[in-house]
Design a protein around this ligand. Structure first.
Ligand SMILES: NC(=O)c1ccc[n+]([C@@H]2O[C@H](COP(=O)([O-])OP(=O)(O)OC[C@H]3O[C@@H](n4cnc5c(N)ncnc54)[C@H](O)[C@@H]3O)[C@@H](O)[C@H]2O)c1
Length: 245
């Protein structure tokens, strides 16, 4: 990836940090964006990239990161729209509108704004790859954090549609859909998963799957990442079409 420029959101920790390290290791120039300025600044120095504070819920901040990348490096070849949070509330007595808005803002608006911000440069180049981190929770419907399940399903639908629209124009759009991975986002779920002996992915497993998407020629695909099997696009069943009478 020498000469290639990559933008990673949610890059300061967890999966984004692993991806930033891997891309830099392959020779890419990496622009890191996150609300965690301290960790992001340290990591940018480690990978020889640049860090910009960015709340992906704010379109202007996302556009500023893209403008920085184009100004400094002249192009964006790869955008990993990865920032994400768990919700911290349900829809019953525990509903909290601020928590809901934050989760939808980071997990869905963050991807929408990221795509909107990078598209003009990629269309002008006639090439580019966008990978949004969704989740297995965007493919199946686990009985926890329904708001997270909803916004990850939204990212999956968004990517499938965008992939069909922009793939023919040379811009591939795909989703990375990990099962539980060993990062801070697990929070209070971690002891529950441990009690059930539920296998948890290493960040390196997710990074390997991410690189598989980058190296593929797919567009509009949602790549599952689960322990013990290679990552590949999830094959959605076709919905029934109209029946002629
Ligand atoms: N770890 C898992 O089990 C798992 C499974 C499936 C999907 N995912 C998804 O992977 C992505 C990365 O999460 P992770 O597991 O590495 O967790 P993480 O908590 O380690 O990393 C998330 C990063 O996003 C950043 N972030 C949070 N709010 C932000 C905002 N408003 N603007 C910019 N950055 C923001 C955080 O500072 C952090 O660096 C998320 O989209 C998450 O939903 C995680």
């Amino acid at each position: 990836m020498h000469g290639r420029v990559a933008l990673v959101t949610g890059a300061s920790n967890g999966i984004g940090a692993g991806v930033a390290r891997a891309l830099a290791g392959r020779g890419a120039t990496v622009v890191l964006a996150d609300v965690d300025e301290e960790a992001g600044t340290v990591l940018a120095a480690e990978v020889g990239g640049s860090f910009l504070p960015c709340d992906v819920r704010q379109l202007a901040q996302v556009e500023a990161v893209v403008a920085h990348a184009l100004d400094q490096h002249g192009r964006i070849d790869l955008a990993h729209l990865n920032a994400g949070v768990s919700t911290g509330c349900g829809l019953g007595d525990d509903f909290d509108e601020a928590h809901y808005r934050r989760a939808m803002g980071v997990n869905l608006d963050g991807v929408v704004f990221g795509v909107h911000a990078v598209l003009p440069a990629m269309l002008a180049q006639g090439s580019g790859s966008i990978v949004a981190t969704a989740s297995m929770a965007g493919i199946v419907a686990p009985a926890f954090d329904p708001v997270y399940v909803a916004n990850k399903h939204a990212v999956v639908g968004l990517v499938r549609s965008l992939g069909a629209i922009y793939g023919p124009q040379g811009i591939r759009v795909n989703a990375l859909c990990p099962s539980f991975a060993d990062t801070a986002i697990l929070g209070e779920l971690r002891p529950v998963l441990a009690e059930q002996h539920f296998p948890i992915l290493e960040v390196s497993d997710v990074v390997e799957a991410f690189l598989g998407i980058v190296d593929s020629d797919s567009s509009g695909e949602c790549w599952f990442v689960v322990p013990g099997r290679p990552s590949e696009p999830f094959r959605f069943r076709n919905a029934p079409g109209p029946r002629s009478s």
